[in-house]
Every structure is written in C-alpha cells, then in structure tokens.
Design a protein around this ligand. Structure first.
Ligand code: SF4
Ligand code: SF4
Length: 179
C-alpha cells in the first residue's frame, strides 16, 4: 500500500491546494492519530492545517498527483473529483483513494472513462490502476473493473497481461500473504 511519506515530488508551477484538504481525510496519519476516512482534527474550516508549522513529516512530504502534474485538468482537483490520486514510488501503480463519503465518485463521468484510458496506457508497462474505497480495492482494466476486496498486510496483486482481439487486458488476483 502507498506510503505518502515516500512521495517527495514538488508541486507543479501554479499548483496549490487552495481549499482542498482531502488527503487529510482519505489517508491514515498515525502521527496525529488520524484514521483513514475521517477528517483529521487539525483540518481548518475553509481549508488548511491548524498546525501547519508543526505538521508531521508525513503531511509535509505528500503532494498528490494533481499537485505535481500540470497536465491533469481542473476536474481532477481532489476536492472536486472526490478522490486523491498518487503514484506508488516503487511499483508506479496509480492509486485512486476515494472519499468514502462519495464512494461512487470514480464511477462517474468523466472520471471512469479516464481511469480506463490510464489503465490501457499503463498495462504495457505492467502497471495497474487501483481504486480504493473504504479499505476495499478494485483494479481498473481497459475492458472491465475487477473488485478484489480488502488487502491485508503482505497481500499482493498478481496480474497476467494477455492480448485479446480488442487489445491488451489482464487477469488479476489477490494473493494472500500466507500463500
Ligand atoms: S489532496 Fe492534493 S490538492 Fe488536496 S490538500 Fe492534499 S495535496 Fe493538496
Ligand atoms: S496534521 Fe494538518 S496536514 Fe496533517 S492530516 Fe492533519 S490537517 Fe492535514
């Protein structure tokens, strides 16, 4: 699973969080006892962090994909999209962490079609697009979505790409840590 502290890319020119604070809700931040899916108690009404100068390194280091990639349109700003995108620094998988209060946000237009296009562009590199809602994971493939449920510690995704008449797709499964 993504460790936001490992993401150190700087914001793209002109990008700023503004009123968005969604990463302060969708991720667990143990240093401030914040649970995934609940607003951190330090979020200020209207945006920003109430302990900005002393915020944990975890928070200080993280910039979501919308912040670091200027090619992402305004519809992808997390407080509009209701999801926070990031790239896993090791696997380069795209993680889409959905606001559990808007659990179907990723299924809406224009988001779902774009996630499918990113899945098609990622698959030749054996990279996957993963949607996480309330601890449950769905793999987005170019031709379908595959719900795999919760991933426990050590569980991993195994994918086997295969060519079809309609293009490249994959079979995916969750392999338990004990397997
Ligand atoms: S989700 Fe992105 S834009 Fe929103 S507060 Fe976090 S880093 Fe900033
Ligand atoms: S400490 Fe501040 S930056 Fe970190 S999650 Fe809480 S509100 Fe967000």
């Amino acid at each position: 699973m993504l460790d936001p502290a490992a993401i150190v890319a700087p914001p793209a020119p002109g990008r700023a969080c503004g009123p968005c604070t969604l990463c302060c809700k969708v991720y667990a931040i143990p240093a401030v006892e914040s649970l995934a899916g609940r607003w951190c108690r330090h979020v200020r009404p209207g945006g920003g962090c109430g302990i900005h100068a002393e915020r944990p390194d975890h928070c200080r280091a993280f910039h979501c994909l919308w912040m670091t990639e200027s090619w992402m349109g305004p519809e992808w700003r997390p407080d509009r999209a209701k999801m926070v995108l990031s790239l896993d620094p090791v696997t380069r998988f795209m993680n889409v962490q959905v606001d559990p209060g808007q659990a179907n946000a990723w299924k809406r237009a224009p988001y779902h079609d774009q996630l499918r296009r990113w899945a098609a562009a990622s698959l030749p590199l054996s990279r996957y697009v993963l949607v996480h809602v309330g601890g449950s994971t769905t793999v987005i493939l170019p031709d379908r979505d595959v719900p795999l449920g919760p991933f426990g510690p050590g569980d991993r995704l195994v994918g086997r790409e295969r060519m079809t008449p309609a293009g490249l797709t994959a079979d995916v499964e969750k392999v338990a840590a004990s397997a």
